[in-house]
Design a protein around this ligand. Structure first.
Ligand code: BTN
Length: 326
């Protein structure tokens, strides 16, 4: 559980209770005076929390700010590594860029950077990632695993599976994984992952897991010419608005669980789940690597995240990069 100060603990108490929390209880549980409780409530209101004062009963949290806040995300977050520090920004060029700089300056493992909007969201292969405000999730997580640079691509399995699990826990939709790092719903891309690494020859200094999920994006507001692949959002596919806070908290918890498994047991269990959820295992795909294109049958992924594609002559090609189409 994260220590996010008195404000964070107040939010946590509002959440864990079933309605009104008395000023006396807050003061006792927080170990501060009633006046201090009142000052904190005032401060929270100024930050956009709607807190009702119920006469002679106490306080009740009616709503949180529309943007994701560190307090809401941290309150009672049941993680051991992910979210040790959470930074929420209104707008930035790219959360990956911010997280990378923070990591270079020594940010701890588990540091999370979230932005409501990105002005230069980065996609794979130098593409842009559309990042309008108020609707989606743009998130980057700093990890510092003691692994060799070659093994860092295994971390993609973590974020992909974590996003798939979070989608399943917050919606009734069935996500499918497409190599290397796309998540599809009904064949359309709903999320993308971009890992960036800082390493020496022998060891990884840190990896930034970049996670973009189209949650409540109104697809009709996006010009098709801006989309490389058929794209969608959870709202578009499920017809119901997704609670951004609940989704983000679920994602951080899943990421924490999977990272724990990765550190204790290695990549195999996470890769096994990746494969199970994969949309392309046993299917024929077209692989494009710049000028080169070929068709083959997907056999699986190796422990370094490379796609194994069997060609017509029976030879198995190890695909390390490129685009794959069904
Ligand atoms: C892809 O092309 O599929 C990868 C998209 C990754 C987008 C996310 S949004 C959060 C993080 N910050 C970025 O600039 N990119 C990643």
């Amino acid at each position: 559980m994260k220590d996010s100060g008195v404000d964070g603990r107040i939010i946590e108490l509002f959440r864990s209770g079933d309605g009104v929390v008395s000023g006396a209880a807050l003061s006792r549980l927080l170990g501060v005076s009633r006046t201090a409780v009142w000052k904190h409530v005032k401060g929270l209101r100024a930050s956009g929390y709607l807190i009702e004062a119920v006469p002679s009963k106490g306080y009740r949290l009616l709503s949180s700010p529309k943007v994701l806040t560190q307090l809401d995300l941290s309150a009672g977050l049941a993680t051991s590594r992910i979210g040790t520090s959470i930074i929420c920004l209104k707008e930035t060029e790219s959360t990956n860029q911010v997280a990378f700089k923070l990591a270079e300056d020594g940010a701890a493992e588990g540091t999370v950077v979230i932005a409501d909007a990105q002005t230069a969201g980065k996609g794979r292969l130098g593409r842009i990632w559309l990042s309008p405000p108020g609707v989606n999730l743009y998130c980057s997580v700093v990890l510092r695993p003691a692994i060799a640079p070659m093994a860092a691509c295994q971390l993609t399995f973590l974020s992909v599976v974590a996003v798939a699990r979070a989608i399943e826990s917050c919606t009734t939709l069935k996500p499918q994984i497409k190599w290397p790092n796309d998540i599809l719903i009904n064949g359309k891309k709903v999320a993308g992952l971009l890992n960036e690494m800082n390493a020496e020859t022998e060891k990884v200094n840190f990896v930034v897991l970049g996670i973009g999920v189209n949650l409540n994006l109104d697809m009709s507001s996006i010009s098709e010419s801006l989309l490389r692949h058929p794209a969608t959002s959870l709202l578009q596919e499920g017809g119901v608005e997704v609670d951004r806070l609940a989704f983000t908290r679920a994602l951080l918890v899943e990421l924490d669980r999977l990272y724990d498994v990765f550190l204790r047991e290695g990549e195999a269990p996470v890769r096994a789940e990746w494969l199970e959820r994969s949309a392309i295992k046993g299917r024929s795909v077209k692989v494009s690597q710049g000028e080169r294109e070929f068709i083959g049958m997907v056999q699986g992924v190796d422990s370094f995240g490379a796609l194994l594609v069997q060609l017509g002559d029976g030879k198995v090609e190890t695909v390390l990069s490129g685009d794959v189409a069904l």
